[in-house]
Design a protein around this ligand. Sequence first.
Ligand code: CA
Length: 226
Amino acid sequence: MRINILIVEDERNLAEEVSSYLEHFQYQCRIAMTYADALEALSEKQYDIILLDLRLPDGHGTDLINHIKRKKFESGIIILSAIDELDMRVQALNAGADDYLVKPFHMSELNARLNALVRRNKFKGNNDIEFFEIKADTVKKIVLVNDKPLPLTQKEYELLMYFISNAGKVITKDAISFSVWSSHSDMDVSNEIIYTHIKNLRKKLLQAGCNDYIRSVYGVGYKFQA
Ligand code: CA
């Protein structure tokens, strides 16, 4: 399943930079450079995530959030705001935005926040997730394999949740490092670290009698697939 992203941003260079960066990670992006463009885009389809600049030439981002909430769209909203827009940012968060980034931001930071939001939304209203013999309570952060608790470290747990929420897709090592090691998004998490954590997770799953769902995709990353 492709994640659809609407980028509402009137700075063309920034909008295009964000778009080409995210498309590299298999996100489907559309750019709206005005409030009117954004309204039109939203009338055509639902977006999983909206990246929203607050100051638009013909309107205000917060009004767009109100519109989205009125329509009961379930899009996640990340505000892209300038440093001097603190009041607006607070207003936008109160209106129902999920997160914000202060410009200028690193693309890796955007990707990390985005992944976190996609994961939260995907599991929203459903604290229990299931993947064949694997069950997880995402509130208590407990994983069961064949109904027996499987003790995992925090990183192993996050990896497993990331794998399950992206099941069937090829996941690059970059995407894993950005999403699971998001607090260190500006540092490069070495492939060695990722490899070690995945190896340990896989071993624990197999020892618990779980099928082997983690596949290496040579030169690219991994795929979690039944
Ligand atoms: Ca602007």
